[in-house]
Design a protein around this ligand. Structure first.
Ligand SMILES: C[S@@+](CC[C@H](N)C(=O)[O-])C[C@H]1O[C@@H](n2cnc3c(N)ncnc32)[C@H](O)[C@@H]1O
Length: 202
């Protein structure tokens, strides 16, 4: 599996939001919904080898992680309302230290960046921090099959979060010279990985 981690600094942490207002009262939940879409959807299918971890840090109960697991995922359509609705259902569950399944392939638990990073470190996963001024991803030929990619949202990544990520990250990677939206970054990363995995016809 490959994993994407997106930090949602303002994302609401109860299911008490309207699907009609994902960018507003839901705390830029639209960004996280688009990341789900980019990480999991193909034109006619789904990437089954991807986990997406949304770290929700907004009010009123910050510190929840919603995980979308491509292998088991069902009932997800490629529009923001659909992923928003699955996040909402997850947030309607009581979050404990252990994952609770809300719908097939979607789970929620209490936690934040530090806990998640420590788990990846304990599992000896290769963690890559995505930052505009990092090493060019196209110069890295040995991206691990079990890579973990960590991205910020519209607010980027705070210094404190960066310290936590850098404890486990083997590299800081850039996907290009301009600052892009998080979901666009995911599309480009996966496209680069697809191209690396595709055997070349000589
Ligand atoms: C919209 S950007 C963050 C912009 C935010 N205003 C800032 O100044 O940090 C969202 C996230 O996408 C990732 N990102 C954006 N452009 C990138 C690039 N060219 N290379 C690598 N990561 C990038 C970073 O993880 C960033 O935190």
């Amino acid at each position: 599996m490959k994993d994407f981690v997106i930090i949602g600094h303002k994302a609401l942490t109860t299911g008490d939001f309207s699907l009609n207002d994902l960018p507003g009262s839901a705390g830029r939940m639209d960004i996280l919904c688009r990341c789900i879409n980019s990480a999991l959807f193909l034109s006619h299918g789904m990437r089954r080898d991807i986990n997406v971890h949304l770290i929700l840090l907004g009010e009123p109960d910050p510190g929840k992680i919603v995980r979308f697991n491509g292998e088991e995922l069902r009932y997800l359509n490629p529009d923001e309302r659909s992923s928003g609705s699955l996040i909402k259902k997850a947030l309607e569950k009581v979050a404990t230290d252990f994952e609770t399944r809300s719908t097939p392939g979607v789970r929620i638990r209490r936690g934040g960046l530090e806990k998640l990073m420590q788990e990846f470190i304990d599992d000896n996963r290769n963690i890559y921090y995505l930052r505009e001024d990092g090493e060019d991803i196209r110069d890295v030929n040995d991206l691990a099959d079990d890579a973990v990619f960590v991205l910020g949202d519209h607010m980027g990544v705070t210094e404190e979060e960066e310290d936590i990520i850098n404890k486990g990250a083997s590299k800081t990677l850039s996907i290009g010279p301009l600052s892009l939206h998080s979901d666009h970054c995911i599309t480009i990363i996966l496209n680069d990985l697809d191209r690396l995995e595709q055997p070349k016809n000589d």
